[in-house]
Design a protein around this ligand. Structure first.
Ligand SMILES: Cc1cc2nc3c(=O)[nH]c(=O)nc-3n(C[C@H](O)[C@H](O)[C@H](O)COP(=O)(O)OP(=O)(O)OC[C@H]3O[C@@H](n4cnc5c(N)ncnc54)[C@H](O)[C@@H]3O)c2cc1C
Ligand code: SF4
Length: 535
C-alpha cells in the first residue's frame, strides 16, 4: 500500500460529501477527502452585502456556457462545506408523496426507487446532526415522524408574527420553517448564533450556521484516519482495463497532477460538477462518459422554478431574521387548480444594497432604502420536471454547458397568484387591506424568476433507479456500470419536489454511508463515537 491508497475517497465537502465524511469517520477506515476549494476566510467581508450580493466576492470564478454558447457566471461556491457555507439552512424533508409519482400541470414527476419510510430514520439523524430548529405538526403537508425536532422553532419577529396571524385568520396554515442555525433563544448570552440579518446567502462569520464544514468536516478530520486535502481539483477518474472499477483519481493540486486510489470512490461535487466530472472521464470502455452506458449522465437537470416576490406594505418591516415563516397550503394544489403548485417561504431580509444588484424598476415614489424597509421578501419554489434535454454537457475548451428550458411554469404562476390573493386578505390594524400597495416580483438579476445562473438547487443529473437503462445509479447510489463508484450529492434525485433539497441530500448521504459501512465490513460495535458539534 502506498501513501496515496485509501479505503474511501470522497470528492467534495458539501451537503452530500461532508455528511458522508462525518458518518464514515468513526469507522476507522482510511478516508481521503478531496475539495477543490479552500476554507471560506473568516473576515468582515463575510457579512458585507455589497461584496457578497453585488460583487459576487465568494462566487466561483469561472464561466460556463448556456445552450446558445453565451457565457454563464454560475452563482455557486467552491469552498470547504460547499454551498452549505452560503445556504439559508432551511432544512426540509421532502413530502411523503414526493417519493411517489405525482401528476403535475406540466407532466409527470416520477417516483423514487426508495420510499419516504426508507429515508425517514436518516432524516431524523440529519436533523439532529444539523441541529434543526422547528415545530412538528404545524405544516399541513409535513411527512410523518416519531421524533420532535432537536430544537424549538426559531421564533417569528413581530412583523412576521403579524403576517402569520393574518394568514391563519384567512384560513391558511402558516408554519415555522425548520432551520439549521445554532440559536438558543432561551439562553441568548450563551447562544452561538446572534440572530443577524446576513445569514441567507452569506457565510456565518461566527461559525453558528449548521453548514457541512462546521458540523461535519471540522469534526470528521479530528479522527486520525481522515485526511482532507483542500485546493485539490479532481480532473478525471480513470478505470482499470475492464472498465468496471475506478482505479485512480487524478487531482490538480499546487499546479501539479497527483493520483490517488481507493477501494471505494464517492463523487459529491454538486449535481453539475459531478456530471461534468463523469463526462470528462470518458475512456475506451466508457466512450460517452464514465458510468454512462445509459446516456443518462448529465440529463434531467433540475434546479426548481424559484422567484423572489416582494410585498411592499405601508407598515415597515424591521425584521432581522426573516426566514421563519412558510406556507405549504398550495403544495399539492387547491380547489381551483388540481395540480401541485409549490412552497412559499422567505429569503433573508433584503436591503437597499442588495436590491441595487437587481435594479428593480418598480414602486414609484420609493427609494430602494424605503422599499427595503417596507418589504416582505417571499421566496417561492415550484417543482421543475425532469426533461432529458435539460442537461449538462462539456463544450469548447472543456467548459461546462448547461442547457435548460423551463417547464411546469403554470404551477409557479398559480403559486404567485395564490400569494397575491393571500396578501390581499391581510388586514392591518392601521392601514386595513390597503397596507399592501402591491406585490411584484424581482430577483437579484433580471426579470422575475431566478435565472439559469442561479444553480443553488441543482439536482437530478445522475439519477438513481432500478433500471440501468433509465438511471445511472442503483438504489445504494452506486453506479450500475462501475463496481466501486458512488455519487452522494444532489445528482441522484429522480424528481426535484418543491422544498429545499439539502436535508434530503444529507439524509441520503447517511443512508449510503450505512451501506458503505456494510460493504467495508464495519460493524456498528466497532464505531468510535462521533464527536458532536455543540450549539
Ligand atoms: C445562496 C444559497 C442558499 C441556499 N439555501 C438553501 C436552503 O435554505 N435550504 C436548502 O436545503 N438548500 C439551500 N441551498 C442549496 C444547498 O446549498 C445545496 O442543495 C447543497 O449544498 C448541495 O449539496 P451537494 O453536496 O450536492 O453540493 P455542494 O454543497 O455544492 O458541494 C459540492 C462540493 O464539491 C466541490 N467540488 C466541485 N467540483 C469538484 C472537483 N472537480 N474536485 C473537487 N471538489 C469539487 C465544491 O467545491 C463543493 O465543496 C442554497 C444554496 C445557495 C447557493
Ligand atoms: S449568527 Fe446566526 S443568523 Fe447570523 S449568519 Fe450566523 S447562523 Fe446566521
Amino acid at each position: 500500500m502506498t501513501d496515496n491508497r485509501y479505503d474511501v475517497i470522497i470528492i467534495g465537502t458539501g451537503a452530500g460529501g461532508g455528511t458522508l465524511a462525518y458518518h464514515l469517520a468513526p469507522s476507522g477506515k482510511r478516508i481521503l477527502i478531496l475539495e477543490r476549494g479552500d476554507y471560506v476566510p473568516r473576515e468582515k467581508a463575510n457579512w458585507d452585502p455589497q461584496l457578497v450580493n453585488v460583487d459576487a466576492h465568494y462566487n466561483a470564478k469561472e464561466s460556463w456556457l448556456d445552450k446558445d454558447g453565451k457565457d454563464l457566471h454560475p452563482h455557486t461556491n467552491y469552498y470547504v462545506g460547499g454551498n452549505t457555507k452560503f445556504y439559508g439552512a432551511a432544512l426540509f424533508r421532502l413530502r411523503k408523496e414526493d417519493f411517489g409519482e405525482l401528476r403535475h400541470h406540466g407532466g409527470i414527476s416520477p417516483a423514487w426507487p426508495i420510499s419516504y419510510d426508507d429515508l425517514e430514520p436518516y432524516y431524523t439523524q440529519a436533523e439532529n446532526l444539523y441541529q434543526v430548529h422547528g415545530n412538528r405538526g404545524e405544516d399541513p403537508t409535513e411527512p410523518p415522524s416519531n421524533s420532535p425536532y432537536p430544537w424549538p422553532a426559531v421564533s417569528h419577529e413581530p412583523r412576521i408574527q403579524q403576517l402569520s396571524d393574518d394568514f391563519a385568520r384567512s384560513g391558511l396554515k402558516p408554519f415555522h420553517v425548520p432551520v439549521g442555525v445554532m440559536l438558543d433563544e432561551r439562553n441568548p448570552h450563551k447562544s452561538r448564533c446572534i440572530r443577524c440579518n446576513t445569514c441567507d446567502g452569506f457565510a456565518c462569520l461566527v461559525g453558528a450556521k449548521s453548514d457541512a464544514q462546521v458540523v461535519c468536516i471540522d469534526e470528521a478530520i479530528k479522527y486520525p484516519n481522515v485526511t482532507l486535502l483542500t485546493n485539490s481539483l479532481v480532473e478525471r477518474l480513470e478505470t482499470d482495463s475492464s472498465g468496471r472499477e475506478v482505479k485512480s483519481v487524478v487531482v490538480e493540486r499546487n499546479s501539479r497532477l497527483e493520483t490517488y486510489s481507493a477501494d471505494v470512490i464517492v463523487v459529491s461535487c454538486g449535481a453539475i460538477n459531478s456530471a461534468a466530472l463523469l463526462l470528462r472521464s470518458a475512456n475506451d470502455k466508457h466512450p460517452r462518459g464514465l458510468a454512462n452506458n445509459s446516456d443518462i449522465v448529465g440529463r434531467h437537470y433540475m434546479g426548481h422554478t424559484n422567484s423572489v416576490m416582494m410585498a411592499i406594505s405601508k407598515c415597515p418591516n424591521p425584521t432581522i431574521f426573516q426566514k421563519t415563516l412558510g406556507v405549504n397550503d398550495f403544495y399539492f394544489g387547491s380547489k381551483d387548480f388540481e395540480y401541485p403548485m409549490g412552497h412559499i417561504s422567505f429569503v433573508g431580509k433584503l436591503d437597499a444594497i442588495t436590491l441595487k444588484a437587481g435594479a428593480p424598476a418598480i414602486a414609484p415614489n420609493f427609494t430602494l432604502d424605503l422599499m427595503a424597509k417596507h418589504s416582505l421578501d417571499f421566496w417561492l419554489t415550484s417543482e421543475d420536471l425532469p426533461d432529458p434535454n435539460n442537461r449538462v454537457t462539456i463544450g469548447r475548451d472543456g467548459k461546462i454547458v448547461l442547457t435548460y428550458t423551463p417547464n411546469n411554469l403554470e404551477a409557479h404562476e398559480r403559486l404567485q397568484g395564490k400569494l397575491k390573493q393571500a396578501m390581499k386578505q391581510t388586514n392591518c390594524s392601521m392601514h386595513g387591506h390597503e397596507c399592501h400597495q402591491g406585490l411584484f416580483g424581482r430577483n437579484l438579476y433580471v426579470g422575475q424568476r431566478i435565472p439559469l445562473a442561479g444553480v443553488a438547487h441543482q439536482n437530478g443529473t445522475i439519477r438513481f433507479g432500478h433500471d440501468p437503462k433509465t438511471s445511472v445509479l442503483d438504489v445504494n447510489c452506486k453506479a450500475h456500470d462501475i463496481d466501486n463508484l458512488y455519487v452522494v450529492d444532489g445528482s441522484f434525485f429522480p424528481s426535484s419536489a418543491a422544498v429545499n433539497p439539502a436535508l434530503t441530500i444529507m439524509a441520503n448521504a447517511m443512508r449510503v454511508g450505512d451501506h458503505l459501512m456494510k460493504r467495508l465490513g464495519v460493524s456498528a460495535t466497532k464505531l468510535e463515537q462521533p464527536v458532536l458539534a455543540q450549539a
